[in-house]
Design a protein around this ligand. Sequence first.
Ligand code: UVW
Length: 345
Amino acid sequence: MANASQDPRWQQRPEGANWGDFGPDDQLGRVNLLGPEQVLKGAREVVTGNVFSLSLPLDLPGGNALNPRRFPPRLAPTSLGQNDYLNFPLANLHPGLVDVISDDQVVLSLQYSSQWDSLAHVGALFDADGDGHAERCYYNGYRAETDIQRLDGEEALGHSRAQRLGVENMAVHGMQGRGVLVDLVRVYGHGRTLVGYKELMRALDELNVTIEPGDMLVLRTGFADAILEMAGQPDVEKLKRTGAVLDGTDASLLQWISDSGIVAICADNYAVENADKAIAPEDCCKLPLHHHCLFKLGLPLAELWYLTPLADWLHEHQRSRFLLTAPPLRLPGAIGSPVTPIATV
Ligand code: UVW
């Protein structure tokens, strides 16, 4: 535990955490490292002006089998009185008008498909006050009770809000800079491979990829290809055997993430890490990579992006870097966000 009694929210921070390093009230974590210099580095990678959308259709994977809490988007027209505004002729209200109006709304699990996890997504029970009592804490010592709240007395879909660390902080900052793609499929194929430090270093070496501080690390595993092939009917057992996942239990990998200065990890798989691992008695966390990145470092994770056309193009042109523009929704208080990232090469 490191001590920094000047901080307003904690007396001790978790081992290996950077809490306080970007200021006592910081809500951006590693995203602070994205700035004009990183945008210029990304812009220098733009040579042809070709653009790749890195999003899956947001109604995939389909159903709720991948994560039973998350459902595909449900769209419906807005309505007023008896009128649904889907192909609605205004002449029904004002005879003689020719306007026909369609207008809709959506109920959406924000982390259903191509998405960002904000720093409010995963916290931990931790004794930040050093008084012997663990509390529910998030990055930089923000607390469940005061900062990531359930608002009582409001209707079912209006009662939670991340007062701090919400995804809008990333939206306002912009999430633009240099992306560096590591095509794990080219090294490890389409089957499930646990990628720790050794395997990641092998991939960087074989693919001749260099990662520098301030880069956004983008991992292609082939998982999103399988999702697309399954066309809305995901075969979860098959998906568990598909694509590489990072090994969040590998201390060397976690240390590399800390030391590398990367700003984010974006993957085309579910959870970035091995979320299917059985919990062992010695485990501290179900999602140790989330714990390290979101909770300790303030390093956002992105999941279920679609990277294959970009990966193929970069491979063909013997490149790995590109300008990445991936702002989440500026949705105040949201914990995750759908995203339509754009790579420009
Ligand atoms: C989980 O709850 C598994 O979260 P994520 O989508 O970030 O992996």
